[in-house]
Ligand binder design. Sequence first.
Ligand code: ADP
Ligand code: MG
Length: 197
Amino acid sequence: MAHPKEERTVVLVKPDGVMRGLVGEILTRFERRGLKILALKLVYPSREHAAGHYSGSDDWIKGMGNKTIETFAKYGIDVVKEMGSSDAFEIGKKVQEWNVNYLAMGPVVAIVLEGMHAITTVRKIVGNTLPILAETGTIRGDYSIDTNTAANVDKRAIRNIVHASGDPSEAEHEIKHWFKADELMSYKRSDEDVMFS
Ligand code: ADP
Ligand code: MG
């Protein structure tokens, strides 16, 4: 097992974040927390590349559909009326297509971050998937007010500014998907000696 301070994760500043000029603000939040930037680039993804970012497995698609069904129930919205189906897999496939449209609509900043339990730490900084539920102080909670009830009625993905890997296997897939091995840099941050030795 890698040392907890060497965990790696992928952040994407999605096209809404780039087009709204939020790249610097977003990077600052990770840097000041002590996360190390190992790789960074601006990419205008093709639809194929955007699609390959998400696992696309049947379970993943079904999970996405189930989350959508749950939120609709919570807000008393008729899922069949809005999504044309009550089947988790069918709904998940629709959300997946919207995700591809979203990621491929403009440039994305792809970042690999390394640091103490980076996956969990970064997801805390990023906040809840639904910006309307994200705590103030998180990236999604400070810069977006979107919700999936509105997004689904408008037939689009939730505009939530950033992506962050959900678990180690997602992180591994995403690092390889966005970067070649030699694009990841190895160096020491000046605070490492003070913090970790
Ligand atoms: P997270 O990005 O927080 O890990 P998920 O992995 O569950 O969230 O979903 C991936 C992305 O798909 C979300 O960031 C969001 O942009 C979009 N999304 C998820 N569920 C829906 C939905 N019901 N309707 C529209 N877009 C959705
Ligand atoms: Mg996710």
